[in-house]
Design a protein. Sequence first.
Length: 345
Amino acid sequence: MKHKYRFTALLLITVAACACLLTGIYRRWQTTEEDTEKVIVVTSFYPMYIATENVAGDCTAIEVKNLSEPQTGCLHDFQLTPEDMKLLSTADMFVINGGGMESFLDDVTKQYPKLNIVETIADEADEVDTDGQETIHGHEDTPDHAEETEHTHSHEEDADDHGSEEGSHEHGHTHDNAHEWMSVSHYRSQVEKIKDALCEAFPEYQEVFQENAKAYDDKLAALQAQQEKIEKAASGTKIITFHEAYEYVAEDYGLDICYTMDLDEERQISAGEVADVLKEINENDVKIILAEKLYGSKLAETIQKEADVNVYYLDTLVRGDYDKESYIKGMQENINILKAAFGVD
């Protein structure tokens, strides 16, 4: 009987030892898995998240997190929260658009001076050139605009002294327009910069990054090929835009913008500004307006009551769900709209 008890006790001890051993192995495996998932890449806003996610792809060692909510839109008035700063404290890399889009960047660099920040915007010399085009910004008040109408829109007379203008009227926004993702060719460059940065920072995964970037770029190249077909029919067409992001659309299609009014949710349109738009339409025989439905539809409806002009609403691609294909889908929809506008199959 004693032998039986001893055998049972020995068996229990053996089982317990095996359980402890297996638990230890599992914990070490779990720790190893967690270690490989600690590479955190934070993106500033939606377009950068989608681009980075397409490059990082199925690399399980890279986790892409977005700083702002996917419905935030552009970051003009974005304010960092303590939670945002906490997220950035965990980041190995911070992917931004650049060009002033992230107005909070100084706060980030002061708090985290060693953070690897990847700016994807093109060099200054490559940015869209809108010289000679009138732009009214939606982020500044223009109470006296109606009284300035005659002065504001005499482009040829103002060409020599536009640098001294005051208020909300600025020309030649070579450095001020950071909406580069709205141009497929510029966006492809942004994706390339993200890929290069990831490969440099995490060379052990560069093969994955390169393959993913190549696959994504092939899709973008197909979009650009469609654009080039439309450009043949659209080039030189005079248009008006209700968002400065469409300056990059104009660049892709060879469109001639004669007037831009940059609208946002806080923008109050005066009767004088409506008159300005109508004046530009009449003087330049404009038949097409590009607008964002969220902020531009009210003004567009007003203009259409007074002028024979078509309004086409394009997605600015700054909002959506976290679908990796969202940029492709959104840009394709924009392309389809412009195909219809210019009669291209």
